[in-house]
Design a protein around this ligand. Structure first.
Ligand SMILES: O=C(O)c1ccccc1NCC(=O)[C@H](O)[C@H](O)COP(=O)(O)O
Length: 230
């Protein structure tokens, strides 16, 4: 990635009126990447956490990745920032999504390196949003995902009503078990700060392999329902 490229790509897209951002996460295979890009989603997510069944380091095509104009997000769990930066450079990533116990200082370091930083948080039965204040200056987006046995990709939704108490300025993506069965309900949510949705395991025919028909069905329910995205 050249300095100019990183400057150009630091900004993430923003949700426009009634058009939520959509990120499809956990892509592993080049042909499948092309199928998902064809459905005009806003962001693609690639998992670089070795324990995930969607671990993509060895299956992605770096030349294809660098040629994509869609925003590419690398997902990491408690990885060293030097490793994150090396992988970001290799694949031409625009943003990193941090799914572990990364600190605000680590977010700041990656942001200073020209990467847009997305910090993900697992939501359980309750959540104290004020604990995120120190992340606000360094993160372009938050992701609120369901807390579960895996760091991500658990395939279950949390109680979205908890997000009514969100009061910070950073926009966020809603994640966790979104698919054709609940896309219309998710799209109809009117919640403070909600900018879009992060889709993953409910669209899969195998870990890391998205089913284009399931994605099409989900998008067709999610997008028309979203009338109150800011
Ligand atoms: O998906 C994974 O395997 C994964 C592993 C480790 C960290 C993060 C991971 N996924 C991150 C995502 O952004 C997912 O989209 C998010 O967890 C929601 O997944 P799902 O509940 O399957 O829709």
């Amino acid at each position: 990635m050249t300095a100019a490229h990183s400057l150009l790509t630091t900004a993430l897209p923003t949700a426009s009126a009634n058009r939520p951002l959509v990120k499809v996460c956990g892509l592993k295979y080049p042909d499948n990447v092309a199928q998902v890009v064809a459905q005009e989603v806003d962001m693609l997510g690639f998992i670089f956490a070795p324990k995930s069944p969607r671990y993509a380091l060895d299956t992605l095509d770096a030349a294809q990745m660098r040629s994509l104009s869609v925003i590419k997000v690398g997902v990491f769990v408690n990885e060293r920032t030097a490793v994150i930066r090396r992988i970001a450079l290799h694949f031409g990533l625009d943003a990193v999504q941090l799914h572990g116990h990364e600190t605000p200082a680590e977010c700041a370091e990656l942001a200073a390196a020209g990467l847009a930083v997305i910090k993900a948080f697992g939501v359980g039965e309750s959540f104290d949003f004020s604990q995120l204040e120190a992340y606000v200056p360094h993160c372009s987006l938050f992701v609120f995902d369901t807390a579960g046995p895996a760091a991500g990709g658990n395939g279950v939704a949390f109680n979205w009503e908890l997000l009514r108490r969100y009061h910070l300025p950073t926009p966020y993506l809603l994640a966790g078990g979104l698919g054709p069965d609940n896309a219309a309900a998710a799209g109809a949510l009117t919640l403070p700060g909600l900018a879009g949705f992060d889709l993953n395991s409910k669209l899969e025919q195998a870990p890391g392999l998205k089913n284009p028909a399931l994605l099409r069905e989900t998008l067709s329910q999610l997008r028309p329902a979203a009338t109150s995205i800011r």
